[in-house]
Design a protein around this ligand. Structure first.
Ligand SMILES: Cc1ncc(COP(=O)(O)O)c(C=O)c1O
Length: 366
């Protein structure tokens, strides 16, 4: 398998070298401050004893695992602290493909592009199932796609790129179908703190031995560079995943895990609410301008992305570059996320310049 530069790097590079000022709405890097404790914990860590600069337990600092377990109401032994949600998804898919007899990985369309990439890398066969237009799960189509060849189904809620939040009864139906066919469901909940409508419920509230939940702190604490995430496995599946994590990584970053542990304990709910409020304000400003531009769009219930479609301007790579050059706004082509939304563009609302970007799009298309 060759190294393929991810499309978003390619576009960010294109935007950076453009001859004009460009507003970056490509990447999912939060632009706001992390919790205060992240900074103080790192400063304190710099003066710690040398033994604190050595390997942490491979599956994560015990204190952090216990804190995560208490918050998610699971046994600490089920938790593996990973290098971001990205590694958690990798461990979960790898476990499914080695444990289950099938090799098909059922995904939604649109899809977070790393899922089909990982599935293929691990020898699985990705199958995309289109969601409904509003991004909700097409339950009949999903259930029809799950059979004895299925190793796992990967779902992401709140969703990147649609902003949909899956209702728990749909998730329960998918998990039941997985149980019938001896497959696993992997629930990526990395945007769990960006539930903008109060409708998100974690899959951990469903009692199933066939469900792995992944998440992380990249988005909720605005620390995508720290690489701290976690996977919660059913007991019988966790040991082999710990072994894989150890053989691939030895361990994760100790200072990053310590800072996240302290921030988890000390950050008040107002921190997360303030980030959500920022996103709600940006959605309002951005969608008002999209109305002025005559665009069709998704209003996210969660996460921080908006999908938009402009008449006569499909979201191809070529048009995305044209938008950078002529409007000064960089988004992501819909084709990056599968086939269902190839006419659309995705805009990440993690820049303080959302209103300016909205004005530019309204002027360009209006
Ligand atoms: C759906 C989804 N899962 C996982 C990730 C990666 O998260 P992490 O930084 O925790 O590895 C992202 C990042 O954008 C994402 O959108």
């Amino acid at each position: 398998m060759q190294y393929d530069t991810p499309q978003f790097f390619h576009l960010m590079q294109y935007a950076n070298t453009a001859d004009r000022d460009v507003i970056d709405m490509v990447s999912g890097n939060p632009d706001w401050e992390p919790p205060k404790t992240i900074r103080t914990a790192l400063k304190t860590y710099a003066d710690a004893d040398p033994d604190q600069f050595q390997y942490p337990p491979s599956d994560g600092l015990t204190t952090l695992k216990e804190e995560i377990a208490a918050r998610r109401n699971v046994d600490p032994d089920q938790v593996i602290v990973t290098n971001g949600t990205g590694e958690a998804n990798y461990l979960a898919m790898a476990r499914a493909l080695e444990y289950c007899s099938g090799s098909t990985v059922v995904l939604t369309d649109p899809v977070y592009p790393y899922y089909p990439g990982k599935a293929t890398m691990l020898g699985g066969n990705p199958t995309l199932v289109a969601t409904n237009v509003d991004g909700s799960l097409d339950i009949d189509a999903m259930v029809a796609a799950i059979d004895d060849d299925t190793a796992c189904i990967v779902l992401n809620t709140p969703n990147n790129p649609t902003g949909a939040i899956y209702d728990l009864s749909s998730v329960r139906t998918i998990i039941s179908a997985a149980e019938e066919h001896d497959a696993l469901v992997i629930m990526d909940e990395v945007y769990d703190h960006f539930d903008l409508t109060g409708s998100f419920e974690s899959a951990l509230t469903i009692d199933s031995a066939n469900c792995i939940v992944t998440s992380g702190f990249s988005k909720s604490m605005a620390i995508t560079g720290f690489r701290v995430g976690y996977a919660i496995f059913p007991e019988p599946l966790v040991d082999a995943a710990k072994t894989r994590h150890m053989l691939v990584n030895v361990a994760g970053s100790r200072p990053a895990q310590q800072a996240v542990y302290e921030a988890l304990r000390e950050t008040p709910p107002e921190y997360y609410e303030s980030a959500r409020e920022t996103i709600r304000d940006r959605i309002a400003a951005f969608t008002t301008a999209l109305d002025a531009a005559g665009a069709e769009y998704s209003r996210p219930d969660g996460s921080f992305y908006v999908l938009a479609r402009f008449d006569g301007f499909p979201g191809t790579m070529e048009n995305t570059k044209q938008l950078i050059d002529e409007a000064g706004v960089a988004g992501m082509p819909g084709a990056t996320f599968g086939t269902a939304r190839s006419d659309w563009l995705r805009f990440a609302l993690v820049t303080p310049r959302v209103e300016e970007a909205a004005d530019r799009l309204a002027a360009y298309f209006g």
